[in-house]
Design a binder for this molecule. Structure first.
Ligand code: ADP
Ligand code: GN1
Ligand code: MG
Length: 372
């Protein structure tokens, strides 16, 4: 968010804050976090002398065209997980708690039509952009395996697809080809190498989604956006506490989540690093991450899913490279950016990661076999 963008949204938020079921006196309201999609703020309230915090998010309507459906999914998912956590200590730090509006709805509309939701703020927790150790990677992997396991029996109607075709590599490529052809902002000439790499890898990119369509791997409820900073870690114990950013929890394959974890955890540099000299795939983090994930997921995974573990990391890194470059070619309208080449930098770091995975492919496959 730019400063002026944050200020105007914050002003809008102030006009509707009292419509959420929150008691007390508002003390502060500040922009928060570094998500690429929604606008996030944190408020501090004085409730009879206790200081409490809440998170407020304006749901990005260009990305999520049916915010009501997003919230319907999130309520179902958080209720289900909360039931599973019955008896576990610290329940409200282990699953998001939606704060309803005074009219009972899980959102409030602002005077401009924007959709806002509120959550309990999870205290003493941190997100991160890079894993600090194999132990941390193992905890992150385990938390996602557990999340998928918790949702395996959610029952009822199929969860709504909040972004249809979210990880459909084929439609993502169609859009990329269109952006390339239009080259509306005259940017394609400056990224020929990246374009070529993505075109060379187009066919292989469909492997995961085709396996899902063909039924080689099963459909499961998954998170679909398990990059590291969507998992909050306990500041004191380092434990992976809570998986947040639930907008995209919907049907998919377990491998979308594991792949996105591999992309964001088994890496030596941040997603938007400009200096790629140290970039690469980290085998020790990969081993720990996959081991942690399997410690929970082995109870439900089928053999075909194991065979695509390495491919899932490559695939999810590729779809992000493709989406970042498409957004760059289309003039940076999807992801929040902070500098002119931000999306191109993101794409470059993803490609560097894929090249490094390719250089260590046999060892990665061997590692998966040992862990399976
Ligand atoms: P986006 O879709 O924009 O990525 P997120 O839901 O991931 O939005 O939120 C952005 C950031 O805000 C997160 O990375 C996290 O740091 C912080 N955050 C969001 N919700 C909470 C919460 N309930 N408690 C603590 N921090 C939160
Ligand atoms: C977005 O919302 P956030 O920042 O956690 C994006 C993901 C990408 C990610 C790349 C709804 O995630 O798909 O992997 O950026 N979310 C959406 O950092 O498009
Ligand atoms: Mg996020």
């Amino acid at each position: 968010m730019t400063d002026s963008g944050a200020n105007s949204k914050q002003a809008l938020l102030r006009t509707i804050l009292d419509r959420f079921f929150i008691y007390g006196d508002l003390e502060t309201l500040i922009p928060f976090g570094n998500g690429h999609i929604n606008d996030t703020f944190v408020s501090t309230w004085n409730q009879g002398g206790n200081r409490l915090h809440y998170t407020h998010q304006r749901i990005n309507e260009r990305v999520f065209t049916r915010p009501d459906e997003v919230m319907e999914n999130i309520l179902r998912v958080t209720r289900h997980i909360r039931e599973k956590l019955e008896g576990a200590g610290d329940r409200s730090r282990r699953v998001l708690t939606v704060i309803p509006a005074r009219d009972g709805k899980p959102f409030v509309r602002d005077p401009e039509g924007g959709w806002w939701r509120s959550y309990c703020f999870i205290e003493n927790a941190r997100g991160g952009d890079l894993a600090s150790s194999p132990e941390e990677a193992a905890l992150l992997g385990k938390s996602v395996g557990r999340f998928q396991n918790q949702l395996a029996d959610i029952g009822g109607e199929r969860l709504i697809e909040t972004i249809p075709g979210f990880h459909n590599m084929e439609t993502r490529y169609t859009r990329f080809h269109q952006a390339l052809q239009r080259d509306e902002f005259g940017r394609a000439g400056g990224c020929r190498g990246e374009i070529e790499f993505l075109l060379e890898n187009e066919k292989r990119g469909s492997l995961l989604i085709r396996s899902l369509w063909e039924g080689t791997i099963p459909e499961r409820i998954c998170h679909n956006d398990t990059k590291m900073n969507n998992i909050l870690l306990d500041e004191n114990t380092g434990e992976a506490l809570c998986i947040i950013d639930l907008d995209t929890v919907m049907p998919g394959t377990s491998l979308f989540d594991l792949g996105d974890l591999i992309r964001s955890v088994a890496t030596r540099v941040r997603e938007d690093a400009q200096d790629l000299s140290g970039a690469g795939f980290d085998m020790a983090l990969f081993r720990a991450l996959v081991g942690g994930y399997l410690s929970e997921a082995r109870f439900f995974l089928v053999p075909a899913e194991y065979t695509l573990i390495c491919e899932s990391g490559r695939n999810m890194t590729q779809i992000m490279a493709l989406r970042f470059l498409t957004d760059y070619l289309e003039g940076d309208h999807y992801y929040h950016t902070e500098r002119p080449l931000h999306n191109l930098d993101r794409c470059r770091s993803q490609i560097a990661l894929i090249r490094s995975m390719d250089n260590q492919w046999e060892e990665a496959e061997k590692t998966v076999k040992e862990l399976s």
